[in-house]
Ligand binder design. Structure first.
Ligand code: NDP
Length: 279
């Protein structure tokens, strides 16, 4: 049975003012505070955005029940992004190419449209266009797939991928057209798509193929991870004066595009940034 306690009959297909983020675990997510601030800022005061903690075995039936329970859409995070795409009736070309969706929009008949807003959010957040530039991506999971696809689609001349288990990176590279590497080397961009740094552990760099002072090899460091305080990667980049895009910048970017799909309103970026950075 679907996660019934999350779906109390607050709404219906005709009156859909509910949004949420599906994940397992998802308690750490800052999406509710960010989206609720945005809803308030644009005057959608009757709308609500909530956590939807749903385990994998209940994911499909919970998603199927959301429109009838008054949901207009939902964000999707670990570990459901691939399943979310598979459940959709329609999907954007980007979501299909990446193989994962982080945004589901329900139509008035309960149909499901899937999109990946992580990919455009990365490109929008960069301080320069990746066209003709090189990038080193750390990781080969769902967000690395979105990053590699987005960078190549935006014209990057070469995207290299390092992963702890090279076999996974090998598959990603073959599928998306990136280059497998065994070590870090200079590039215009570094994009961390591993969760290393989430716990602000001092040994973070031991889990990655580079040392803190080697971040000077990059023109910009992007860290998808957001934690309480700066991640070790962000801290090290700041210490070297290397421009940084952090995990909250990306959270706001992907959330803003999702917000516009859910509500049809322009996203109030400043309010979203402030709410996402509040503890
Ligand atoms: P996945 O689980 O799909 O992939 C995780 C990747 O990280 C794999 O390549 C895995 O390598 C690698 N990895 C995991 N642990 C370690 C470790 N200890 N040392 C080195 N490599 C490791 O996760 P996602 O791609 O979905 O997410 C990755 C991170 O990005 C998460 O922390 C997530 O919260 C964050 N994220 C942030 C977003 C934002 O908006 N700020 C958006 C999306 C993601 P292996 O294959 O060897 O296991």
């Amino acid at each position: 049975m679907a996660a019934a306690h999350l779906l109390s009959a607050e709404g219906s297909l005709g009156d859909r003012t509910r949004l949420g983020v599906l994940g397992w675990p998802v308690a750490h997510s800052r999406s509710p505070q960010m989206h609720n601030a945005a809803l308030q800022a644009v005057g959608l005061s009757g709308w609500r955005y909530q956590l939807l903690p749903v385990p994998p075995e209940l994911f499909a039936e919970t998603v199927a029940a959301l429109p009838q329970a008054g949901f207009r859409g939902a964000n999707v995070t670990i570990p459901h992004k691939q399943t979310a795409l598979a459940l959709a009736d329609e999907a954007s070309d980007a979501a299909r190419a990446i193989g994962a969706a982080n945004t589901l929009v329900f139509d008035e008949h309960g149909g499901i449209y899937a999109e990946n807003t992580d990919a455009p959010a990365l490109i929008d957040a960069l301080p320069f266009s990746p066209e003709g530039r090189t990038a080193l991506v750390l990781g080969a999971g769902g967000s690395a797939r979105a990053a590699v696809w987005a960078l190549l689609a935006a014209g990057a001349s070469e995207v290299r991928v390092w992963n702890r288990h090279p076999i996974r990176a090998e598959e990603l590279c073959a599928e998306l057209g990136a280059q497998l590497v065994a070590d870090a080397g200079p590039a215009d961009l570094l994009v961390n798509c591993t969760p290393v740094g989430l716990d602000a552990e001092p040994a973070a760099f031991k889990q990655l193929p580079l040392e803190a002072d080697e971040l000077a090899m990059f023109e910009c460091v992007v860290d998808l991870v957001y934690a309480h305080g700066e991640t070790p990667l962000v801290q090290a980049a700041h210490a070297l004066g290397v421009p940084v895009v952090d995990g909250i910048d990306l959270l706001v970017g992907q959330g803003a595009i999702s917000f516009e799909r859910f509500t049809g309103r322009s996203a109030p970026l400043q309010e979203m940034r402030t709410a996402a950075r509040a503890r």
